[in-house]
Design a protein. Structure first.
Length: 330
């Protein structure tokens, strides 16, 4: 009887502990429990990261600086007209630009997308409970797998004890716990998509997309002009700039594809897996930021990020100083 009781207690712990952890992670993934208001909408770069990850932040910053003449993009190259930056990401862009017409837009975009200041925007969104903290999705899935293993062990032990007349009550207890664990898994299991949002963040996205001012598609009507249209809708209004940004992204994609093919065919096993959960666009995973809609942009409030996007991975507050002079930054 003592051994049967010990087995029952161990199996109960295998079910109960992961189930409680699953509940705790799900609470964290919900974010704030209050409905968001317009005061919860992040700044421009935060909106861009929330709706389109780091790629859209870069497109938004380039569009903003191009719209007011601080940078010029021509024939796939970038020149600085006015080395004035309004936030840390713009300072980073000026650093990558340098002076003259010798700077490739592709290189500037690629370097800026990797810049820690851009991903700091994502980290700030995590702190604001809009994006899942980095690594939470993977932890959530590990806890779910552990709970599944506990459910299997507990259910098998319960069935065995149920057929032993002397230990039938213990078997009923284990099977009841297993059933409760299944219900907990259904209620608190991990997201099935690579959507990086918390429940609160998802509600903020809906609010941005329905807000009378943020959702405007006209440059003249949007409070943030062309940059605001890019941040929310992901489409650069200036046709020439859009074409050059698309070309820069295609060149980068082709370069990556070539590098992948050289590393070996063994890595091609999953044709449709996304490289990072942070690379999400609004409600779906992956995709080129220039061609998909729905990004908003914040310049730097605190959130530690998923960059990532979503995988899904996340905005951060940015602070950095660089003195700018002439055609670039030093």
């Amino acid at each position: 009887m003592l051994y049967a009781l010990l087995v029952t207690l161990c199996c109960a712990a295998l079910i109960a502990v992961p189930s409680v952890l699953l509940w705790r992670v799900r609470r964290q993934a919900r974010g704030r429990s209050v409905p968001p208001g317009t005061e919860d909408i992040p700044d421009l770069l935060g909106v861009a990261y929330l709706l389109g990850d780091a790629e859209r932040v870069v497109d938004t910053v380039i569009t903003a600086m191009h719209a007011d003449g601080r940078v010029t993009v021509r024939d796939g190259r970038v020149a600085v007209g006015d080395a004035t930056a309004h936030n840390a990401v713009e300072r980073a862009l000026l650093k990558h630009c340098g002076a003259g017409w010798g700077d490739s837009l592709r290189t500037v975009v690629q370097e800026l997308r990797r810049n820690p200041l851009v991903h700091a925007v994502g980290r700030s969104l995590e702190k604001l409970d809009m994006l899942l903290p980095r690594g939470l999705q993977a932890h959530w899935e590990r806890v779910a797998r552990a709970q599944t293993a506990g459910l299997v062990v507990g259910a098998v032990a319960g069935v065995v004890l149920l057929f032993l007349a002397a230990f039938r009550p213990l078997g009923v207890v284990l099977l009841a716990l297993a059933l409760a664990g299944v219900l907990a898994r259904v209620a608190y299991g991990p997201h099935k998509s690579c959507d990086p949002y918390t429940d609160f963040g998802r509600n903020v996205v809906r609010l941005i997309n329905t807000d009378a001012s943020w959702s405007r598609k006209s440059v003249g009507e949007h409070p943030h002009g062309a940059a605001g249209v890019v941040a929310v809708h992901g489409r650069v209004p200036d046709k020439k700039l859009r074409a050059q940004l698309i070309e820069a992204s295609r060149t980068r994609t082709s370069h990556r594809a070539g590098a992948t093919s050289r590393t070996g065919r063994s890595r091609r096993s999953s044709a449709t897996t996304s490289s990072s959960s942070s690379s999400t666009s609004s409600a779906s995973c992956g995709g080129a930021v220039l061609d998909t809609g729905g990004g908003s942009d914040t310049s730097g409030s605190g959130h530690s990020g998923h960059s990532g996007g979503h995988s899904c991975s996340s905005g951060h507050s940015c602070s950095s100083g660089s003195s700018c002079g002439g055609g670039g930054c030093s």
